[in-house]
Design a binder for this molecule. Structure first.
Ligand SMILES: NC(=O)c1ccc[n+]([C@@H]2O[C@H](COP(=O)([O-])OP(=O)(O)OC[C@H]3O[C@@H](n4cnc5c(N)ncnc54)[C@H](O)[C@@H]3O)[C@@H](O)[C@H]2O)c1
Length: 249
């Protein structure tokens, strides 16, 4: 379901906006009257996604794990759109599936760099833009893995638990302002991210969902866009579940 003008006059940055959940959020925000700035490492996919959305979308090539790249992306976004009202941090990788004692340290660092430090750099650089107007909505995409700790995915689970902690801290720091910070913890949703995981791991994730099915991108998008809207005004530093009953807390 769409709400015609929910994002009228609002500019959203969506990291990882070229694919999966991120691109669906970008589509929905523009369909509901807003502008979307797609931030992605994949320049070609980002440009293609922005083209498909239309004139209210723009793409910026950025590596969220690189602080300088993020600073540049903020400048480019503000130049194109003058303001940033919404940040959805969707960029992430899974890292390999392996036990912790077999986990390659360089892969561990890469997961933490993108999934945790990337969210930190983006929030750190964009909050001051929101403070200029006194309004903002930050929605971090964590994962049920951050609550439950999936075996053979320790770097990813650790990174998503960190995103939950980061969300709680920042939400409290900004609680007296009109900038809210929340996160969502989806269970498995079929997107291109599945290509990074072993079939055994995908089967394990499905087996843990009481509804017995994967989530749908639209089901996550609906929750994310509500959290990104003005309607969500009395929730901050909170963790919102969308896991088909897997994590009922
Ligand atoms: N799909 C799921 O099952 C699922 C479940 C729980 C949580 N999540 C989370 O949802 C979010 C979106 O996942 P998705 O399924 O849409 O994945 P996806 O792989 O389809 O999209 C991720 C996007 O992030 C981009 N990206 C990767 N590294 C980047 C970097 N360093 N800088 C900028 N962009 C980068 C990729 O190019 C890609 O476009 C992620 O945070 C993921 O951890 C996904």
């Amino acid at each position: 379901m769409q709400f015609a003008e929910r994002f009228k006059g609002r500019v959203a940055v969506i990291t990882g906006g070229a694919s999966g959940i991120g691109v669906a959020v970008a589509h929905r925000i523009v369909a509901e009257g807003g502008k979307a700035c797609i931030w992605d490492l994949n320049a070609e996919a980002g440009a293609k996604a922005a083209d498909a959305i239309g004139s209210q979308a723009h793409s910026v090539t950025v590596d969220v794990s690189d602080e300088t790249s993020v600073t540049r992306a903020v400048a480019e976004t503000v130049k194109a759109f003058r303001q940033i009202d919404i940040l959805v941090t969707s960029a992430a990788i899974t890292g390999p599936n392996a036990t912790m004692w077999d986990y390659p340290p360089d892969k561990w660092r890469q997961v933490i760099d993108i999934n945790v430090n990337g969210v930190f750099y983006c929030c750190r650089a964009i909050v001051p833009e929101m403070q200029k107007s006194g309004y903002g909505r930050i929605v971090n995409i964590a994962s049920v893995a951050g609550k439950e700790g999936n075996p053979n995915a320790s770097a990813y689970s650790t990174s998503k638990a960190a995103v939950i902690g980061l969300t709680k801290s920042l939400g409290k720091e900004l609680a007296k302002s009109k900038i809210t910070v929340n996160c969502v913890t989806p269970a498995a949703v079929k997107t291109p991210i599945f290509d990074q995981m072993s079939q055994t791991h995908i089967d394990f994730m499905l087996s843990k969902i009481p509804m017995g099915r994967f989530g749908l991108v639209d089901e996550v998008t609906s929750l994310v866009t509500w959290l990104a809207s003005e309607e969500c005004s009395f929730s901050t530093g909170a963790v919102f579940d969308v896991s088909g009953g897997r994590a009922t807390y």
